[in-house]
Structure formats: C-alpha cells, structure tokens
Design a protein. Structure first.
Ligand SMILES: Cc1cc2nc3c(=O)[nH]c(=O)nc-3n(C[C@H](O)[C@H](O)[C@H](O)COP(=O)(O)O)c2cc1C
Length: 239
C-alpha cells in the first residue's frame, strides 16, 4: 500500500490473533520510529518495548484493564526523556535546566511523531495498532513498574498485532470544524459544524458522550490531570 492509502484506511485495532511479528518486520517498525523528525534532532524520548507478559498484565491493570495490552504481539511505551539529555548536559560539563512544560511539550511531540511513524509502518505491513493513552490513569504506577528515573514521564503506549477484527472506518469531523484559512473563525462556525456532525448516525450521540466523559468539569481528564501533575512533580519536573 502507498502511504496515502495506509493513512486513509487506518482503523484502531483492539483485538489481535496470537502471533509473533517476524524480526525483519519488527526491525522496520522500530527503525521507522527512530527516523522520525525530532526537535533540534535531540530525540527527547525513549521507547520501552514490553516483552514480559506478566509486566503487560500489571500495566493493563493500571490502564483500566485494556485487554489489547496483553494480547498484542508487541507493546511499546513512549517516555518523555529528559534524564538522558540532562545527563548528557552533565557529561559535557554544562549545567542542566530543570525540565519544565516546554521540554515536556518538545518530548511529547517528538514521541508522537516517532509513534505515528511506527504505526504507519506497522499498518503498511498488515498489522493493526492501538494507542494507549489510558496509561495516564496511573502514570506514577507505570513509572514505578518501568523503573523510570527522575526527569522521565510515561506518555502513552502503542500495541501492535495481527488484526482479529475488521471494524469500519471511524468518522472524522467535517473539514469546516478543523481547517481554517488565515485566521481562526469568529462566528463559531467550527463549533456548530462539530455539534452538527454525524447527525442521523450513532456517532452523533457517541461524540457528545465522549465530550462529556472527557471534557466536562466532572470528566475523566480532571482526575487524570491531577495524577499527571503529581507524577510530573515526583519525577522532578518543574510544572
Ligand atoms: C493519544 C491517543 C490515545 C489513545 N488511547 C487509547 C486507549 O487508551 N485505549 C483505546 O482503546 N484506544 C485509544 N486510542 C484510540 C482512539 O480511541 C482512536 O484513535 C479513535 O477512537 C479513532 O478511531 P480510529 O483510530 O479507528 O480512527 C488513543 C488514540 C490516541 C491518538
């Protein structure tokens, strides 16, 4: 498949067959992650490949019992890694700054690009993938399980495996909700387009449900944010 075809036929896959990814495919998947563009080419992330099934079970437990973490052929966790950079600073005799939000932002973008490269290569080889943001349910627990040192933070996971389901394409918001020319719209046309999206389909209600679940005052992100902040402080970030 060409790149455009891989991108436009992407579906998250959560059910996998029992299978091992051959080393030559795994090598391509990992190599493509490491070839992603990176801010100042410092690659402010690390990737931990989780091969220990017992460890996977423990991680799945902390991440809201997401079964695909256990059943996938491969599971990677992407880490914002200021530890390596700070110690490189020290290694060249330069005083290192305490990691802050800007560094976390740089690391997160770098890691996301690497992960998406991995995803596209895996999908081009016929595998299915699922990002696992749910490790934010207990980032400190994950950090402990992975032996993460100070100045590191677990960002998200990625499962890869042989698909055992064939879901339909999930819809995306209409273009006028997302894409603007020269300036942000001042007539809320983007908000209206989002609210009216998917009318007459099951996605209309599920979109509203998901917004409420994550973005409302009592939503999930509130608790996740508190746990994230506590973990970042514990890991030595200045946030
Ligand atoms: C950063 C990120 C975190 C995600 N976390 C999870 C997760 O924890 N569990 C899960 O089942 N899917 C997760 N997903 C997958 C999304 O739910 C999925 O991409 C979205 O519903 C759109 O479906 P599609 O990828 O099939 O188009 C995540 C996706 C992203 C980009």
């Amino acid at each position: 498949m060409d790149v455009y075809q891989v991108i436009t036929t992407h579906r998250t896959i959560r059910k996998y067959k029992e299978a091992t990814i051959p080393p030559e495919h795994l090598e391509k998947i990992i190599h493509s992650a490491l070839r992603a563009p990176s801010s100042s080419n410092l690659q402010a992330y690390s990737i931990i490949r989780i091969t220990d099934k017992n460890l996977r079970k423990q991680i799945a437990e902390l991440a809201g019992k997401q079964e695909q973490i256990v059943t996938a052929s491969e599971f990677f966790i992407f880490i914002a890694d200021m530890y390596r950079l700070i110690n490189c600073c020290r290694g060249i005799g330069v005083e290192a700054a305490q990691p802050n939000f800007l560094m976390l932002y740089v690391a997160t973008v770098d890691a996301a690009l690497a992960a998406q490269n991995m995803t596209l290569t895996a999908e081009s080889l016929g595998y299915g993938t699922c990002y696992i943001g749910a490790i934010q349910e207990d980032p400190c627990g994950i950090a402990k399980l992975l032996n993460l040192p100070e100045y590191t933070y677990p960002l998200f996971g990625l499962t890869i495996g042989v698909p055992d389901e064939d879901p339909a394409l999930r819809p995306r918001l209409p273009r006028e909700a997302i894409l603007h020319e020269n300036r942000y719209p001042d007539d809320d046309s983007n908000v209206k387009a989002a609210l009216n999206a998917f009318k007459g389909t099951e996605f209309h209600d599920s979109f509203k449900r998901r917004i409420k679940r994550y973005y409302s005052e009592a939503g999930r992100y509130k608790d996740r944010y508190n746990r994230m902040k506590n973990c970042l402080l514990k890991q030595g970030f200045n946030v």
